[in-house]
Write a protein that binds this ligand. Structure first.
Ligand SMILES: *[C@@H]1O[C@H](CO)[C@@H](O)[C@H](O)[C@H]1NC(C)=O
Ligand SMILES: *[C@@H]1O[C@H](CO)[C@@H](O)[C@H](O)[C@H]1NC(C)=O
Ligand SMILES: *[C@@H]1O[C@H](CO)[C@@H](O)[C@H](O)[C@H]1NC(C)=O
Ligand SMILES: *[C@@H]1O[C@H](CO)[C@@H](O)[C@H](O)[C@H]1NC(C)=O
Length: 342
């Protein structure tokens, strides 16, 4: 744990000056709201995306709740249950790529979880669409790890034609945009890189198809909600964010997409920098998609504020299945917004 955290801390400190330059914004720019409203969520329209730890978590949520979802966009992350509850496995196999991820052992856990009803039947994955991204300069989660996610997706029954990948851009470890963030080849806070590739568009167009050009996001449509009660779990406290396009607020049938931030990208560290600048809200506004951004806060044993893909809290053996604390909290948020969650 310390090695991982120290690594993050060093990168973070080195980059604080840079973060200052890109207008770090306060976490409470939008009006606070305690209760989530229910919206008119279209059938079979829920999908997820994430970067780094948030990418691993997005895969985790996608596989566990495959019946409720239709696809995922993954930046710089690897297979489902890659870490298998071990920090050492996480670092060596799921990040550094020193050894191949043991997909067969993981498959036996998947089979077991499925037979215990702890995850949905993987047969639901056959209709999922996925976008996978990894930069050639990513030394945090190596490309070989992300390649193995592509292999695992196929083993789990996602047809090859439903898997769109981009492994060719010379980028560091980051969420990718074509108009905001660090120089493409760098790996530094806020881990959003400007690479001449519109990551938000790639994700949404792969999953939903026919994505219309973006519109300007409307500040008042970014709503803050409290992650309390059953929206809360280990390290999932404080404010969450949901961007609700004007059309969806008027009752138009809308799709629902969840974005999981990476380590050091939560609002307790970056304010709304991630939520406002990854390019998703602009496409949400023009395409009737509600964007929800659950947040993990920093704390003892989780100083970088990462979603749990390793057994971070050392108390949640179910972190990767539907009984996991953070997994359930996210499922409850989706249900509260009006999605059908199985
Ligand atoms: C934002 O947060 C600061 C500090 O927590 C507080 O003083 C301020 O009143 C808040 N502003 C709004 C608009 O909620
Ligand atoms: C999570 O950590 C706890 C405490 O070390 C351990 O008992 C449990 O087996 C771990 N769960 C997994 C899935 O590794
Ligand atoms: C990946 O994105 C880059 C930048 O937009 C593009 O030039 C390249 O053709 C893409 N590669 C693939 C395989 O789509
Ligand atoms: C979550 O909490 C809300 C509000 O307290 C409640 O309406 C809902 O039934 C709860 N959901 C679950 C799954 O417990």
């Amino acid at each position: 744990m310390n090695k991982l955290i120290t690594l993050f801390a060093v990168v973070f400190l080195a980059a604080v000056t840079f973060a200052g330059r890109i207008e770090l914004r306060g976490p409470n720019k939008s009006s606070p709201l305690t209760k989530l409203n229910k919206y008119n969520i279209a059938q079979d329209s829920v999908s997820v995306s994430g970067v780094s730890a948030g990418g691993f978590f997005a895969v985790q949520f996608q596989v566990a709740y495959s019946k409720s979802l239709v696809g995922a966009g993954i930046f710089a992350a690897g297979p489902y249950y890659c870490a298998q509850g071990s920090l050492m496995t996480a670092e060596e196999q799921c990040m550094a790529g020193f050894a191949n991820v043991d997909l067969n052992t993981i498959q036996s856990t998947i089979t077991q979880y499925q037979s215990q009803g702890l995850i949905d039947s993987t047969s639901n994955l056959a209709r999922h669409k996925v976008f996978l991204y990894s930069g050639t300069f990513d030394y945090t989660v190596k490309q070989s790890v992300v390649q193995q996610l592509a292999t695992q997706y196929q083993q789990l029954g996602i047809p090859q034609k439903n898997i769109v990948t981009n492994f060719t851009v010379a980028s560091g470890h980051a969420w990718i945009t074509n108009n905001y963030g660090s120089l493409c080849y760098l790996t530094m806070t806020p881990y959003i890189n400007n690479c001449n590739l519109d990551g938000a568009y790639q994700v949404l167009n792969t999953i939903y198809g026919y994505i219309k050009p973006k519109k300007e996001a409307i500040a008042a449509n970014l709503i803050t909600f409290e992650q309390t009660g059953n929206f809360s779990a280990n390290y999932m406290t404080g404010n969450g964010y949901v961007y609700v396009p004007s059309s969806c607020q008027r009752g138009v049938s809308c799709r629902l997409h969840v974005v999981f931030h990476g380590c050091e990208q939560g609002a307790s560290i970056l304010g709304t920098t991630f939520v406002e600048n990854i390019g998703m809200n602009e496409y949400a506004e023009s395409n009737n998609i509600i964007m929800v951004y659950p947040q993990v806060t920093t704390g003892l044993l989780n100083e970088a504020g990462c979603f749990d893909w390793i057994n971070f809290s050392y108390t949640d053996s179910n972190y990767a299945n539907k009984q996991g604390g953070q997994m359930k909290a996210v499922a409850n948020i989706l249900a509260a917004l009006g999605a059908k969650v199985y």
